[in-house]
Design a protein around this ligand. Structure first.
Ligand code: NAD
Length: 364
């Protein structure tokens, strides 16, 4: 077998483990920072205050106005506040929206970021920034926004509610799955992505049943980290394109869209990328990757179809048109994929679908 690939590995230091948030001051010291601005929303006050106390004299102040998808005016206000405080480094603590704001500041100031994620979103491992002006979100790739240090402490995720944990975790699983079939996939990132699926599939069902289970939280966060690493290196494909169109154009909840869509996008890729999809099945310990993901969604008590999220058949067809126009896939094929996801029907033959869904229900 001949083997050839390109791999642009990204720099960065990762600290992973329960209780390791206590090491943030030492990590800040390592960055050589003297005036640290903490970026954290008021909802994360209890955790942020702990970090702020640890920083002692190095704490310059806080940016606490966080909004999803980083509106331009929120980014601008954040930059002004950091300039007022004369900050020389950013410590972000929170989910993807908080990391996103720190990135928006770093994009124009070049300040280093130490990121402490508290969800499974994965932004902390990527050089991708996103800003929203009006209804339009722009994204870009810039190494200045890639956090220099990431502190993963599963104890910080214990308070993430089960539904949010499930949705955020399935988003992370989508990063892993898609990393296996995109053109830039390579043996290193594929190994990482497959292991990410294994960790997420092991952790998430236990997290939903027992949110305070630290071992389950550790598995889930480990999987999220691996998925984000793969995403950062190889990017995304059809699944994310569909999720963005459905979320952006029809205002469907982003994280739930990932959960519902994933079995369908995996089924779509089964014949096109059989090796990638076989790896997903192996990691899920399921004979069929799409079935395994569908069953996982039920165990996480996540919504099962796009209709339940509010999508209509006309909107599904419109979405297929938008995705086809972008060149991501053929319109008819995407239409078929979306119509299946709309009805929560994975296989085309009605009788087969019914049997399959019943058998999945009896195992959950
Ligand atoms: P989020 O950051 O908006 O957080 C969702 C909610 O969870 C908030 O109310 C927050 O206060 C709360 N929360 C966070 N941590 C908590 C905890 N430990 N306990 C209790 N509540 C907690 O949502 P998200 O899913 O983390 O991030 C989504 C955003 O991240 C989107 O804008 C997405 O586009 C972006 N994202 C960016 C990248 C990238 O590479 N740039 C990658 C993935 C996601």
């Amino acid at each position: 077998m001949s083997l050839a690939f390109d791999y642009d590995a990204l720099p960065g230091r990762v600290i992973f483990g329960a209780g390791r948030v206590a090491e943030v001051p030492a990590e800040v010291e390592r960055l050589g920072a003297r005036r640290v601005v903490v970026v954290a929303g008021r909802e994360e006050d209890a955790l942020a205050e702990r970090v702020e106390q640890g920083l002692g004299e190095r704490l310059a102040g806080r940016v606490d106005r966080i909004r999803q998808h980083v509106p331009e005016e929120v980014a601008e206000a954040g930059r002004e506040r950091v300039a007022e405080l004369d900050g020389d480094a950013l410590v972000s603590l929170g989910g993807g929206s908080t990391t996103g704001l720190a990135k928006a500041v770093a994009l124009t100031t070049g300040l280093p970021i130490l990121a402490i994620p508290t969800t499974y979103a994965g932004s902390e491992m990527t050089p991708i920034w996103g800003l929203t002006a009006g209804a339009r979100k722009t994204t870009g790739r810039d190494l200045r926004v890639l956090p220099r240090t990431v502190v993963y402490d599963p104890e910080l995720t214990l308070t993430l509610p089960p539904a949010l944990s499930a949705a955020s975790g399935m988003n992370a699983l989508a990063h892993c799955a898609e990393a296996l079939w995109v053109p830039a996939a390579n043996p290193v990132t594929s190994a990482v992505a497959e292991e990410g699926i294994r960790a997420l599939a092991a952790g998430l069902p236990r997290v939903v049943v027992a949110p305070e289970d630290l071992d389950a939280r550790t598995d889930a966060l480990h999987g999220a980290y691996l998925g984000a690493t793969a995403l950062a290196a190889v990017g995304t494909g059809l699944h994310h394109k569909l999720a963005h169109v459905l979320g952006g154009t029809f205002d469907l909840p982003h994280a739930d869209v990932h959960t519902v869509l994933l079995p369908y996008t995996v089924a779509f890729h089964a014949e096109r990328h059989p090796t990638a999809v076989a790896r997903i099945a192996a990691a899920l310990e399921s004979e069929d990757a799409a079935t395994g993901l569908w069953e996982l969604g039920r165990r996480l008590q996540a919504p099962a179809d796009l209709a339940a999220l509010g999508l209509t058949e006309e909107q599904a067809d419109e979405a297929a048109g938008i995705v086809a126009e972008s060149g991501a896939a053929d319109r008819e094929e995407v239409r078929e994929l979306l119509r299946g996801a709309l009805r929560g029907q994975l296989v085309h033959d009605e009788s087969e679908a019914t049997t399959w869904i019943q058998s999945a229900e009896t195992t959950t």
